[in-house]
Ligand binder design. Structure first.
Ligand code: GRF
Length: 196
């Protein structure tokens, strides 16, 4: 299973998956990392791990269609089987969906369908969970379609909201689960326990 990553910032979820591959927990090949952010830690991580990596954004391709074709070309050139969104802040284009739909996964730091959709990212998600007075939050791994945070749920795990939580403390607790569940879900796909 050749896995490609799309990441915009830190890439800690990507790193957790790469680590699971390195320690033998996950039988997959991380083949390529694409980022829309040339300064992203995700690209630095790819470099340190010796994984081919590309900055592809409006800065490298001013024509949006050429940009989407470039992303698609990199994915296909590296014989990608599964596309892993790991904190990727851009919408996946129809051009890429036409080829990879059903094989693109995203992780979201809440229990979808609650607290998802356009503009719900980063600390905004956790702030909304706290403002709603929820007693639990969690993590969702889902398939990607043309809407934000919308495709079929593949895995979900609850995380408690504790008295006195701030968006930061909740985010930290949720992120720990993200780092486990993403690799586990990919493992289940590879084992055929989750059918795409
Ligand atoms: C995570 O919280 C993930 O759920 C969301 O973006 C964040 C990415 O964090 N989609 P990282 O870049 O993997 O550290």
């Amino acid at each position: 299973m050749n896995i490609a990553f799309l990441a915009s910032h830190g890439g800690s979820n990507m790193q957790a998956i790469i680590d699971a591959v390195k320690n033998g927990q996950l039988k997959a090949n991380p083949v390529v990392v694409i980022s829309n952010n040339s300064e992203s830690k995700a690209l630095q991580r790819a470099k340190s791990e010796g994984i081919p990596h590309y900055h592809l954004s409006a800065k490298t391709h001013s024509n949006p269609e050429r940009l989407e074709q470039a992303i698609l070309d990199v994915l296909t050139d590296h014989q990608t089987d599964l596309v892993i969104l790991a904190g990727y802040m851009k919408k996946i284009s129809k051009r890429v969906l036409d080829v990879f739909q059903g094989k693109i996964l995203n992780i979201h730091p809440a229990l979808l369908p609650k607290f998802g959709g356009q503009g719900m990212y980063g600390s905004r998600v956790h702030e909304a969970v706290l403002a709603a007075g929820e007693k639990e939050s969690g993590v969702t791994v889902h398939l990607v379609d043309e809407h934000y945070d919308h495709g079929a749920t593949l895995a979900q795990r609850k995380v408690p909201v504790l008295d006195g939580d701030t968006a930061d403390t909740l985010a930290e607790r949720v992120l720990k689960e993200e780092h486990k569940i993403y690799a586990e879900t990919i493992g289940k796909i590879i084992a055929g326990e989750i059918k795409l």
